[in-house]
Design a protein around this ligand. Structure first.
Ligand code: UTP
Length: 416
C-alpha cells in the first residue's frame, strides 16, 4: 500500500466518494487491506468521466457510415484452396492460438455457474467448454499440433471455472503449458448520483469491464508474452457461448495473411434487415460495427446490385487477430458503454439494499470498438448453420437458447 488511511480519506473527499470508508472500521484486517487496495486501484478521474457519460446517452453521432467489403466463403471458388493452403501452413507451423472469452455474467441464460459449464442438453451432456475443447482438439489433430488455449475469466467466476477444468482434467490440455487462465479487468458500479457502490461483503462493488476488456487483459496478464514465447502469431478470439464456433479456420487465416491485414472476422448474413444484431461497416473510413440501435431502417434495407444487404454482415464474435494488433489494441483505451442494472449494495447507514428494479450503472467496453485501430481488415461471410449456434437466453425466449443451439449442433454433427 502506498498511501496511509489519512491520504486515502483526503483522496476520497476530493472525488466525493468518502462513503466508501463508512464501514471500514467494522471490517476484519484482511478485508480492510483489500478495500484500501481497491480504492488505490480506482481511477477516480475515469469514474467521474464515466458518470458524466451516463448523462449523454442521447447525444447524436455525426459519424460517416459506409459499407464494409466482405468475401463469401461459399463463393471463393479457386481462391478457396489458395487461401486454405496459406492458412494450413501457418497452423502446421504452430502459429495459431485460441482465446475463449468466458468472463461474462450470463444473466440472460440464468445458469448457476460459469456459462461454459452449461450442459446444452445433448445426449453426451457435454458442457459448452467441452464442446469447444472437442473442436480445438479435433482440428489440432488434423494439423498435428496442439492449439494453445487461453481462457478469460472474471473475478466472480475464475475459481469455479478453473475447478471445473480440473475436474475434467483440462479436457486433455496441460495447465500453464498449453492451456492458460487469466482474469479480465473490472470497473466499479455506481448509483445514479455517481456514488460508487459497496457490496454485501463490505468491499467495492466491481463488475467485469465487458468483452472489450480482452485486449488489455491479454497484455496486462502477460498472455501476449506467453503467446510470443510459444511462437504464436495469430489468435482466434471468440465467445464461450457459440457451440458451433470454428476456432481453427485455415481459410480465414490464409485470407488475413495473403491480404496483409492484422484482423480478419467472420460474419453471417442477417436473417432479415430488422434482425437485432450489430453489422460490420466502416465508420469514418475505419473498420467498425454499427449496432441495431444505431442503424436507420433505410440503411438496414439497402441492397447492392447483386441484391445483397449492404449492411448485412452480422458480427458474431469470431475474430482472428495478429498478435501485433492485440498489443496495439491493449494499449488503446476503448469507450465504455453504460448499462443500467439491478445491484444490491450497502447503503450509507450500513443497511443491505436489494433492489427489485435497476438502480446502478455498469460500464462495459465492446471488443469491436477496437477495430478502428487498424486501417483495414478482412470480413469472411460463413454459413450460420455451420458456425453460429449461440446460447444467450433461457429456452422460454425461443431464440439463441439451449434448444435452438442444441438443434443446430445436432444437425451439423448429424446426431439425429
Ligand atoms: P454477452 O455479451 O452475450 O454477455 O457475451 P454474457 O455475459 O455472456 O451474457 P448476459 O448479457 O449477461 O446475458 C458474449 C461473450 O463475451 C464474454 C461472454 O462470456 C461471452 O462469451 N464476455 C462478456 C466476457 O468475457 N466478459 C464480459 O465482461 C462480457
Amino acid at each position: 500500500m502506498d498511501k496511509n488511511l489519512g491520504e486515502i480519506r483526503a483522496e476520497l473527499k476530493k472525488y466525493n466518494q468518502e462513503h466508501l470508508l463508512n464501514g471500514y472500521d467494522k471490517l476484519d484486517d484482511n478485508k480492510k487491506q483489500i478495500l484500501l487496495q481497491q480504492i488505490e486501484n480506482i481511477d477516480f478521474e475515469l469514474v467521474n468521466f464515466l458518470y458524466e457519460s451516463t448523462k449523454k446517452v442521447n447525444e447524436t453521432k455525426q459519424d460517416e457510415i459506409t459499407p464494409m467489403e466482405y468475401l463469401d466463403k461459399s463463393k471463393l471458388y479457386d481462391d478457396y484452396k489458395y487461401y486454405e493452403n496459406i492458412g494450413k501452413k501457418a497452423i502446421e507451423e504452430g502459429k495459431l492460438a485460441a482465446v475463449t472469452m468466458a468472463g461474462g455474467q450470463g444473466t440472460r441464460l440464468g445458469h448457476d455457474g460459469p456459462k461454459g459449464t452449461y450442459d446444452i442438453g445433448l445426449d453426451s451432456h457435454k458442457s459448452l467448454f467441452e464442446l469447444l475443447s472437442d473442436g480445438l482438439k479435433e482440428e489440432g489433430k488434423k494439423y498435428e499440433v496442439t492449439i494453445p488455449w487461453f481462457i478469460m475469466t472474471s473475478r466472480e467466476n475464475h475459481k469455479q471455472t478453473v475447478e471445473f477444468f480440473e475436474k475434467h482434467r483440462f479436457f486433455g490440455y496441460q495447465k500453464d503449458k498449453n492451456i492458460f487462465f487469466f482474469n479480465q479487468g473490472e470497473l466499479p458500479m455506481m448509483d445514479t448520483e455517481g456514488k460508487i457502490l459497496i457490496g454485501e461483503d463490505g468491499l467495492i462493488k466491481l463488475a467485469s469491464d465487458g468483452h472489450g476488456g480482452i485486449y488489455e487483459a491479454l497484455v496486462k496478464n502477460k498472455m501476449v508474452d506467453k503467446m510470443k514465447e510459444l511462437g504464436i502469431e495469430w489468435v482466434f478470439i471468440g465467445g464461450v457461448d457459440n457451440c458451433l464456433v470454428k476456432m481453427v479456420d485455415p481459410v480465414l487465416m490464409g485470407i488475413a495473411i495473403d491480404k496483409g491485414v492484422t484482423v480478419a472476422c467472420k460474419s453471417v448474413v442477417k436473417a432479415n434487415p430488422k434482425e437485432k444484431v450489430g453489422v460490420f461497416c466502416k465508420r469514418n473510413g475505419k473498420p467498425n460495427v454499427i449496432e441495431y440501435t444505431e442503424i436507420t431502417d433505410e440503411m438496414a434495407e439497402l441492397k447492392d446490385e447483386d441484391g445483397e444487404l449492404m449492411y448485412g454482415e452480422s458480427h458474431i464474435l469470431c475474430n482472428l487477430f495478429n498478435v501485433s494488433a492485440i498489443e496495439r489494441m491493449g494499449e488503446t483505451p476503448l469507450p465504455y458503454h453504460v448499462a443500467y442494472k439491478k445491484a444490491s449494495y450497502i447503503d450509507q447507514d450500513g443497511n443491505l439494499i436489494v433492489p427489485d428494479s435497476p438502480n446502478a450503472y455498469k460500464f462495459e467496453a465492446f471488443l469491436f470498438d477496437a477495430f478502428g485501430e487498424v486501417d483495414d481488415m478482412a470480413v469472411l461471410r460463413v454459413k450460420r448453420e455451420e458456425e453460429f449456434a449461440p446460447v444467450k437466453n433461457a429456452d422460454s425466449a425461443g431464440v439463441d437458447c439451449p434448444r435452438t443451439a442444441r438443434n443446430l449442433y445436432k444437425k451439423y454433427h448429424n446426431l439425429d
